[in-house]
Design a protein around this ligand. Structure first.
Ligand SMILES: Nc1ncnc2c1ncn2[C@@H]1O[C@H](COP(=O)(O)OP(=O)(O)O)[C@@H](O)[C@H]1O
Ligand SMILES: [Mg+2]
Length: 407
């Protein structure tokens, strides 16, 4: 049995998508296999860009897709994750995974793709009216508690993007923002949206290109706004930029298919295949060192990505979802390998430096610089972000220097 998914693309600066191609999925004894072909009209469009320059080139052979259930990574990046799926299930009932969720086009989905079941049926978007943040916050709490929520609010709370935390999109004159709400599952010691805003602020202070965040307080609850880097608000509409997660980058690497080991070093080595300049590799190294230094062990392959820059192609996106994980350990192990292992130690981080184009002394300098900036500034940054004495005392353990060595 074969099923087809038509893939549409919002080309840079365009507000309507064009058909880019078709993904045919067939069930074989070896599992589901996906085959993608670009449409002739797309290939003859002089503005056409590849959906993924490595796995889905517009010139050259496109290999069948065997991992991720036969879906190219770039298409799976358009699928909502835990929170989005929960909201859609409440609104429309459970859908077949993943195509049912992929086909529910949402103005908020990450990147610049849209989907339909035929080339003649343009994708329709789940529109919603605007609500006050106060109403959205209250509705997100009701969703978490499985209580009744108005359908219009459910539509507004569908973020389009992935991730597990309660969130939605809000738009103002300047930008589209992801509003990240508190969750009933959050640790009690400190508000998670505040921790995220303060950690992202600290990351910027350490020289990392982190997405802009703002902290709002609504009826005593914190909400962290994260500026979207894949949307550009213009006077006549909102333009979309392509996005590829690190998972998509890894799945383009034949070695990854064999070993399935996600690592910062592999991401770094593959950046240049996507057109990213060598500066991107040093930036990635800083992010790895920073994540280790603030014990953000939730630094998995969907929390890193590339964004399309019409001038230079895919570049490392601004950093996002940097939050120290509130589980005290002696040695922290990260979601991607940080060197020879996943341990967040000085020696291990140093062992990986060549993959980032860094000499050992340059890497040592970056590690020292970030550790010393954190030591000198984290408390001030957290005070300024509204953390109290007790919270700062509690957080101290997460901002101590990384251990030199350990397994
Ligand atoms: N600033 C941003 N601009 C565009 N997309 C983003 C941004 N931040 C996150 N995303 C996308 O949204 C997803 C969920 O956001 P994230 O902050 O990771 O939420 P969660 O805390 O629930 O994991 C990410 O995996 C990424 O695809
Ligand atoms: Mg995340």
């Amino acid at each position: 049995m074969t099923s087809d998914l038509y893939v549409w693309m919002f080309l840079p600066g365009e507000y309507r998508p064009v058909v880019a191609g078709r993904l045919s999925l067939s069930l074989t004894p070896a599992g589901r296999v996906g085959r993608f072909v670009y449409g002739k009209s797309y290939l003859s469009n002089k503005n056409a860009i590849p959906i993924d320059p490595v796995a889905l080139p517009t010139h050259g052979n496109i290999e069948p897709f065997l991992s991720l259930g036969g879906y190219p990574g770039a298409i799976m990046d358009s699928c909502p994750d835990r929170w989005g799926i929960k909201v859609i299930n409440r609104l429309l009932g459970e859908q077949p995974y993943p195509d049912g969720y992929i086909l529910l086009n949402d103005p908020g989905r990450v990147g610049c793709l849209a989907f339909s079941t035929s080339a003649d049926t343009p994708p329709e978007e789940l529109a919603s009216r605007e609500f006050e943040l106060e109403d959205l916050l209250r509705a997100s709490q009701l969703i978490e508690r499985n209580q009744a929520v108005d359908d219009e609010l459910l539509r507004a709370l569908h973020p389009g993007t992935g991730g597990a935390r309660p969130k939605c999109n809000i738009t103002d004159k300047e930008a589209v923002w992801i509003a990240k709400f508190p969750s009933a599952d959050d640790p009690v010691q400190i508000s998670t949206p505040r921790l995220e805003h303060a950690s992202m602020t600290l990351a910027k202070l350490c020289g990392i290109n982190a997405a802009e965040t703002r902290l709002l307080s609504v009826n005593g609850s914190d909400i962290c706004l994260v500026r979207r880097f894949d949307r550009v608000v213009k006077s006549d509409g909102i333009a979309r930029l392509g996005y590829l997660s690190a998972r998509t980058v890894f799945n383009s690497d034949p070695d990854f298919q064999r070993f399935k080991i996600a690592s910062y070093a592999r991401l770094s080595r593959w950046l240049s295949r996507f057109g990213t300049s060598p500066d991107g590799r040093a930036e990635l190294y800083r992010r790895m060192v920073f994540n280790c230094s603030v014990r953000n062990t939730d630094d998995h392959e969907l929390n890193h990505g590339l964004v399309f820059d019409p001038q230079c192609g895919y570049v490392l996106s601004p950093a996002f979802d940097i939050v120290p994980q509130m589980v005290p350990h002696r040695i922290y192990h990260h979601a991607m390998m940080t060197g020879e292992t996943a341990a967040g130690t000085f020696d291990n981080m140093l062992s990986a430096c060549a993959a980032f184009g860094l000499e050992k002394d340059q890497a040592v300098q970056i590690i020292y610089e970030i550790q010393s900036l954190i030591k000198s500034h984290w408390q001030d940054v957290f005070y300024e972000c509204g953390c109290g004495e007790e919270e700062i005392r509690y957080l101290e353990r997460y901002f101590s220097p990384v251990p030199l060595t350990g397994d």
